[in-house]
Write a protein that binds this ligand. Sequence first.
Ligand SMILES: [Zn+2]
Length: 869
Amino acid sequence: MARTVAVVPHTHWDREWYQPFQTFRLRLVDLLDDLLPRLEADPSYARFLLDGQMAVVDDYLELRPRAEEQLRRLGASGRLSMGPWYVLMDEFCVSGETIVRDLQFGLERAAAFGGAMEVGYLPDMFGHVAQMPQILRAAGFEHAVVWRGVPSAVDRTGFWWSAPDGSTVRAEYLPVGYGNGAAMPDDAKALVARIRAHEQEVADLLVDGMLWMNGTDHQTPQPWLGRVVAEANALQDDYHIAITSLAEYLASAPTEALPSWQGELRSGARANLLMGVASNRVDVKQAAARTERALERRAEPLSALFLPPDRWPHAELTLAWKEVIRNSAHDSSCACSADEVVDAVLHRYADARQVGEGLARKALRGLAYSLAEAGAYVVNPSARARGGVVQLLVPEIGPIDGTQVVFARQASTEVFDLTGGELNMVLGRIRNDEIAAGCDVVAVEAEDTDGGYEVVLTTGVRRRSSADAALSDLYAQAGARRTSPVRLRVEREPFQVVLARVNEVPGYGWLRWEPEPLQSPVSVDGLVMDNGVVRVEVSPTDGTFSVNGLAGLDRLVDDGDDGDTYNYSPPAQDVVVDRPVVVDVTVVESGPVRARLRITRHYQWPERVVDGARAGERAIDVVSVLELRAGEDIVCVETTLDNTCRDHRLRAWFPLPSAAEVSRAECAFAVVERGLTAEGGPHEYGLPTFPSRRFVSAGGLTLAHEGLLEYELVDGGRALALTLLRCTGKLSGTDMAYRPWPAGPPFPVEGAQMQGPQVLRYAVRASDGDPYALVDDVFLPLEVATAPGGGDLPPAGSALSVQGGEVSAVVRRGGALEVRVFNPSSEDTVVTVEGHTGWLVDLRGRPLEPFDGSFSLRPWGIATAHLDG
Ligand SMILES: [Zn+2]
């Protein structure tokens, strides 16, 4: 019987990569200007796959708005496959929530063009997260298409791929990638010969038919496609060659006797995984972490819960998410790109983060004005009830029980003789803190006297709700006296900035702050910080520290890197520096709420790699500030350095309480286990460096970090190494020890050398405990809101209680609250959403089942709950 050869014409469109977005877009416009009329004129060019991402459509329509109707026609007729993604993201360099939003955004956009392709098309991602089958099933998909990452244990072009919760899709495996049929010969005989050769190449893997992906990176359509396929069919009987779509091909793809695989796909057995993208351009990874946190953990939940439903900032969040989603593209978030591209990525992240932080501030202000009693309130932006250290402005000078003074300012009075116009300028800048010095204007008095207009502004901590209106009135009054004399007296009430530990604030709740005695205060004695829970001692000889006797933590190990943005690769002659020349330690803060020690380590590092050998020398000072807070078992570290060395990798090593065979790292909606080795292949050395989203645990120790994705179990599992910096000068190298062939163009990229100041934030806990709680405690601190009084909310309360799972998102959809939660464990759980009924919905918002107050969630399950209004 003839073997089916399913030809899927397509192009793989990296929106930005070795060239910037606009440069590639001009080529995209040319491609679609050519393709769309061709499809309408030539029925034999039966199908085209628009790379599974709607961004391609939007990028085109922005310049060719009149083509919308044509695209809609071709989409609705099935000639053109669009979506389901908005962009082809990387799955490890972004959060699970970004992956979900990417899919939702793509599905929503594709709906305007006749609907999305019902296939989880994942052609070029640098490996696949364990939960991808569950994400796809939750959007109604039964199929995935994958290339990189598939292990040697999968020995067929089709396999059952399961997520940790058991959700399974049929995965079509492209063993030599998405371009196996890119170069379609213009000659029928040559095409048949090419198909025969490819059949032999993948013979052992073939399940039945052969998928012939006719396209590759930025490839334009080959106009002879329909003709040459017809001629090749007429020429022989061994193959039935059909131009089709992925969805049509997969609908009848064999499902019998397929191998199975559960969990993530991170093997380099048959294709490069390119695991080193997790550690290049740490600035991009840090920006991603901060931006996703600003949106997912602050702007969205705070706006959803503390603002009236009709003030949900839909447009602002859509704008911000669109930037984050665009950045999630595999060449963008992975930063294996030209410097101009990385600049654009950083700019998009900054834009989105600014929106997120601004929305969070607005929501906190909304809460502040809703509270009945004036005062300082501690607000918890996470679902779990928890305590923590906050920084507060208080209207007293002098010791306050249980607090630590950071800064104090005595009462003062200043008098300025101005004109009304000058007063207006001053008033315009009050929000910029020039007058208020960190406080608010709390009272305004103004009167006309014989000597002119006299104004008294009182600044202080106790916000009064009448002050805002009085300031607006004063602004108008001053405007009416532009050239007249005005005497301004600024009365500054005394205040101080204090640190205080709050013992427990309800999840998504608030609590009016009152001084209380400090439990487990932290103290400093020489090189030791101790809070009664943990004792941290710095070694004066090498600058490492110990936690409760576990010594040698944060040993900095600097080695050479002769690789590129895709892969670490050791130089032929490496020099490894793991000891400083001199160490200085100073006390920055000595408690009782927060203690900080500054460790300055002076190193001599080789300057660069020349002809495969580390050469030269540079004096580098690395400054690490260790922080221990009252009542906590976490040591926070902020390491800074001015990097003037090139071609190197800097890692922080953490000896483990007990040797580990496995690590457990956060990836999208899961904690995944990895061992001490990784599967490589002829194209790439199996380097066992792995990505973690925000934390990794091994041997009784947990590291939390902000964008420091790459780790490795080293020293036979006795230590965990966290990559702080990886500096190389090539987009893609050639002939590298760990990867013989290029992964992209061999362009120099100066930005990837990470020259200049670097700030790296991480934290260590040398005991067991919930790692999700740890990352919140370190990177999602309790917030403070100052209430003027006059609202109706009580001094303590909670806007939403979600127990029994890890909350991934709180948003408003159609005015109602929607909560996404997952079960980060291998045990069943019951998720309680106190006082709420609603429906569990899928990722397209389609109802699955109703719930009343609670619902059960399978191990590693993800659920989206739409709450009744
Ligand atoms: Zn790509």
